[in-house]
Design a protein around this ligand. Structure first.
Ligand code: NAI
Length: 246
């Protein structure tokens, strides 16, 4: 897979899965736009990509704020003049059992995980439609497919990304813009680092491949769906979960 002359926006690129996706695409020729709430968090990533001979820029934006997203896209257009790939990766958790879940925890998670993907997709859709080329990949989750106690807000947001993916796939198909999702299982990142040993071992017991996923496992799947070679795949949710849910 090569991404020479392609411009890829990756949201939540400061660490974890988003950072790995940004590195993976940059290493294969893409100019990468690393989006984060604080551009200082992606400065090292951009430096590293440039030091390796690649192209990258860092843009500060909260994906849940429409004005931030529109300004981010305008900055990308000014620097690179096109957008070929959007990876809606930014995501958060605010876990609690249903009875204890605060309304604010519901709203915040839905705003970032779902509305953020809507706002970014809306902003790039016009550009990609005009170009007659685009690849959009949403990062959902295995728990959006299975459900998970204590994560009603998170699971609802990730499940709804499936509906967003399929609707946008139908709407943008005529313009040669594909829209797919990658649903990771349990991946070793900051988001999962805090789990108790007992919970981790219980999870491991549910994974047929017998290991947790790595950020590179997810990045490779995203890169495939973002490649030219995946041009006849749209509206699909690709599981990267070691067989945890099938
Ligand atoms: P992480 O917490 O390590 O990284 C999330 C990134 O999103 C960070 O860079 C953070 O700054 C950014 N972000 C959060 N809110 C933002 C906002 N409003 N605007 C812009 N950026 C924002 O998480 P991780 O594990 O790398 O997860 C990445 C994606 O993968 C998320 O969507 C997550 O839900 C999903 N995922 C992760 C799994 C895992 O096991 N780690 C499993 C399934 C899905």
């Amino acid at each position: 897979m090569q991404f020479n002359d392609r411009v890829a926006i990756v949201t939540g690129a400061s660490r974890g899965i988003g950072r790995s996706i940004a590195e993976y695409l940059a290493a294969r020729g893409a100019a990468v736009v690393a989006v984060s709430r604080n551009s200082a968090d992606t400065a090292a990533l951009v430096q590293q990509i440039e030091a390796d001979g690649g192209k990258a820029m860092s843009v500060q934006a909260d994906v849940a704020v429409a004005a931030d997203v529109d300004a981010m896209i305008a900055a990308v257009q000014e620097r690179f003049g096109r957008v070929d790939i959007l990876v809606n990766n930014a995501g958060i958790t605010r876990d609690n059992l249903l009875a204890r879940m605060k309304e604010d925890d519901w709203d915040t998670v839905l705003d970032v995980n779902l509305k953020g993907a809507f706002l970014c997709t809306r902003a790039v859709a016009r550009i990609m439609s005009k170009q007659r080329y685009g690849r959009i990949v949403n990062i959902s989750s295995v728990v959006g497919q299975m459900g998970n106690a204590g994560q009603a807000n998170y699971c609802a947001s990730k499940s709804a990304l499936g509906g967003l993916t399929r609707s946008n796939a139908r709407e943008l198909a005529r313009r040669n813009v594909t829209v797919n999702a990658v649903a990771p299982g349990f991946i070793e990142t900051d988001m999962t680092a805090g789990l108790a040993e007992k919970v981790r071992n219980e999870m491991l017991g549910q994974i047929p491949l017998g290991r947790f996923g790595t950020v590179d496992d997810v990045a490779a799947a995203v890169a495939f769906l973002a490649s030219e070679q995946a041009g006849y795949i749209t509206g699909h949710e690709l599981s990267v979960n070691g067989g945890m849910y099938m």
